[in-house]
Design a protein around this ligand. Structure first.
Ligand SMILES: CC(C)(COP(=O)(O)OP(=O)(O)OC[C@H]1O[C@@H](n2cnc3c(N)ncnc32)[C@H](O)[C@@H]1OP(=O)(O)O)[C@@H](O)C(=O)NCCC(=O)NCCS
Length: 307
């Protein structure tokens, strides 16, 4: 089990920078300390740790302007490459950029990493500066649009989207779409126009439905991650509406909000999960949904959402 973490304590940062140095500077005989630059204080740092707490992947994002963010120092331990962890780090950092309203992300990729960044949606736009005196770099850019968020496990995400629309056809009428899944965060969005009320804001029932499906979707993808099958039903929920939605309805479920255990399911027992879905209007929090879902054991593979 891997966790995407934000380094917070001195000890976290020590592990994080040590990993960056070992991966990106030591092989070229640069001394400890050379791995840091002038953006560490203002940058957003993420690290992936394994079950024993060892750092296995890292990355950083900083803002060049209010419209542009830059990715730097992405690295995955050689023993853990090719498992999707690089993409997990990029996805977590891209999510930060999106939540800040950034329009494009740039990076100077080492030539060898160019296919990796291409697979995350970046395009080569020119030659970059040479790194460490000899590593050729390419300038790459990704324009952030509604349609090109990095999705971890795109096949599962497609299946989830189709399940929503087939099992609850009104979700398609409401314009509910899976927007981003990073393994830690799931974001779904809805169309405001399709859910408008007489005040010109989003209908409260639609906000509730968007939140319900987002929480449901998080459990659907986590079951996939764990190779388990289960029928997910909403048992109880409450929602607090703080402000109206007037622009872009977004529902975000963070894995940290999840409380529950999957183990009983593999023994044929149902298990309860509490989770929180935060509702945002563009970048502003507007409502909070707390749901209790039950995952029921099933024999067959069909998983139908219920509400
Ligand atoms: C580049 C790096 C970060 C990629 O991390 P990773 O965890 O191995 O990559 P992932 O497993 O997340 O791969 C994501 C996608 O990129 C593709 N990819 C990764 N490395 C690739 C390569 N060398 N050639 C072609 N495709 C590659 C994968 O096939 C995968 O594609 P998919 O999602 O369509 O299946 C990692 O190899 C690394 O740390 N390299 C050394 C340090 C470095 O060069 N850092 C970049 C500094 S600019």
């Amino acid at each position: 089990m891997y966790r995407v973490e934000t380094p917070v304590t001195e000890e976290d940062f020590e592990k994080y920078f040590q990993f960056r140095w070992v991966m990106l500077r030591k092989p070229w005989n640069y001394p400890p300390g050379s791995e840091k630059d002038e953006y560490e204080q203002v940058g957003h740092h993420r690290m992936v740790t394994d079950a024993s707490g060892q750092v296995v992947a890292i990355g950083r994002l900083h803002f060049n302007t209010p419209e542009e963010a830059q990715l730097r120092h992405i690295a995955v331990h050689p023993d853990y490459q090719g498992k999707g962890l690089g993409k997990l780090v990029v996805s977590a950092l891209e999510s930060v950029a999106r939540s800040e309203g950034i329009e494009r992300i740039v990076t100077n990729s080492r030539e060898l990493s160019t296919p990796f960044f291409q697979s995350c949606g970046f395009e080569v736009v020119g030659e970059g500066t040479t790194e460490l005196g000899h590593l050729k770099r390419e300038q790459m850019v990704k324009k952030l649009t509604e349609m090109n968020a990095v999705m971890l496990h795109p096949k599962w995400c497609k299946e989830l989207q189709e399940t929503w629309h087939q099992a609850i056809p009104i979700s398609e009428q409401m314009g509910i779409k899976l927007y981003q899944y990073s393994g830690r965060t799931l974001e779904a969005r809805a169309s405001l126009n399709k859910n408008i009320n007489l005040h010109g804001t989003m209908f409260a029932g639609s906000i509730f439905s968007l939140a319900t499906l987002t929480g449901w979707g998080m459990l659907f993808l986590l079951l996939k991650e764990k190779g388990l099958k289960g029928e997910i039903v909403l048992g109880d929920a409450n929602i607090h509406y703080h402000k109206p939605v007037t622009m872009q309805p977004r529902a975000i479920c963070q894995i940290e909000s999840l409380d529950g255990k999957f183990e009983p399911l593999s023994k044929g027992k149902k298990c309860p999960f509490r989770l929180i879905v935060e509702l945002h209007d563009q970048h502003h929090p507007v409502a909070e949904f707390k749901g209790v879902y039950w995952v029921l054991p099933v024999e067959d593979t069909s998983e139908q959402p219920k509400h």
